[in-house]
Design a protein around this ligand. Structure first.
Ligand SMILES: [Zn+2]
Length: 370
């Protein structure tokens, strides 16, 4: 067999096995999402990594269920995911790494940076709070990163997880650099109180006021996955003017409605948190915490995970992708709050496009081609 056709056969095998799209998924997309979504989309929140050994050991500071969905997510898999899930749309991701073993972070960040440059995609640098300002600046420039993403796990190890503050993993000397360069900070807020936590709210507002050139994105609507996570956060945040909210990996329609009512469509961004939203599941709220209901056995033994539950038989057969559930919850929230098609296009495309262009005025991105 000629090498070329062998290679394309292998490609096909890889595509077939990435994940299964069932009739229920195609029906769901046709009925609820196809007409709602604009032709061009930007996904502001995605994770790329090549191999499991680049990703960190499970830590007691994080939830464990996401590691069950994908062992790796190279760019080809991310692009294949869009083709399978949004077959008639064009979707461009903002890409960044995932929790990496610090010894391997350079390799992991370079993979993301090189893949992004080669494909004219925007990317963020996964940063460590220990880095001095000059070193951060150098690392940003090496691969033309448009900003930083970090995670509470990189805060000093003597801090108990519940005491970590935003400035423990995005220290002021780094925020100063991002402010001077006018770049993006993708913020996954810490602390068990989530969005309603007063320390989180104070520091989110402090970033907006002290570093006005930072393009601050609050990921996952500040991890308000349940109504109990909101508290008075939206009334406290009503006075903010600039920070953006992505609603990645969140399916809470009521939270989305409050977000839309507080900020309007201009400061909301579609993000998926892929690859996790490839998961086949429906999320419910139970005693103030979220529970992902998945087909029994599909993601291994989840009995020890308080955020996971299982369904069997016809109920399990009805489950579609987390991605579709997320967008459908936003669609219903958009309808209930009176968003127009033009508003929806802002959320799924225009806001992010403007944001990326203002962070990198000289760059042109893949989505600009016809
Ligand atoms: Zn994420």
């Amino acid at each position: 067999m000629p090498v070329g056709s062998q290679k394309s056969m292998l490609e096909n095998v890889r595509k077939i096995v990435l994940f299964e799209v069932k009739d229920i998924d195609r029906d769901f997309y046709q009925r609820h999402l196809k007409a709602f979504l604009p032709e061009k989309m930007i996904d502001i929140h995605t994770h790329l990594w090549q191999r499991r050994d680049d990703a960190s050991e499970e830590s007691n500071r994080t939830v464990t269920w996401p590691s069950r969905v994908a062992a790796s997510n190279p760019l080809a898999d991310l692009q294949e995911t869009y083709r399978l899930m949004f077959p008639d749309k064009k979707c461009m991701p903002l890409v960044f790494g995932t929790l990496a073993n610090p010894d391997l972070e350079r390799k992991a960040n370079e993979y993301v940076g090189d893949a992004a440059l080669a494909n004219r995609l925007p990317a963020l640098l996964f940063s460590y709070p220990q880095w001095p300002a000059d070193y951060l600046r150098q690392r940003l420039q090496e691969k033309e990163f448009l900003g930083i993403k970090s995670y509470l796990s990189y805060a000093p190890s003597y801090l108990p997880a519940e005491e970590i503050r935003i400035f423990d993993f995005f220290p002021p000397h780094q925020l100063e650099v991002i402010h001077k360069l006018g770049l993006i900070v993708m913020l996954h807020i810490p602390r068990p109180g989530r969005l309603k936590d007063p320390v989180n709210l104070a520091q989110m507002i402090e970033i907006e006021e002290k570093y006005p050139n930072i393009k601050l994105i609050i990921a996952h609507v500040g991890r308000a996955y349940c109504r109990e996570d909101v508290g008075n956060a939206f009334s406290v945040l009503a006075g903010t003017k600039k920070m953006y909210f992505d609603f990645s990996a969140n399916t809470n329609q009521q939270v989305f409605e409050q977000m839309i009512q507080t900020f309007g469509p201009e400061r909301i961004l579609f993000g998926s948190d892929l690859p996790i939203t490839r998961m086949r599941m429906r999320r419910i709220e139970k005693n103030g915490i979220y529970v992902n209901l998945v087909p029994k056995g599909l993601y291994g033994d989840v009995s020890q995970d308080k955020n996971m539950g299982e369904l069997e038989g016809p109920e399990a057969e009805k489950l579609t992708f987390f991605m579709y559930e997320q967008i459908n919850a936003f669609r219903q929230a958009a309808a209930n709050t009176g968003l127009t098609a033009a508003d929806v296009e802002k959320v799924f495309y225009t806001n992010a496009f403007r944001l990326l262009k203002s962070a990198a005025p000289a760059r042109s991105f893949a989505i600009e081609e016809n």
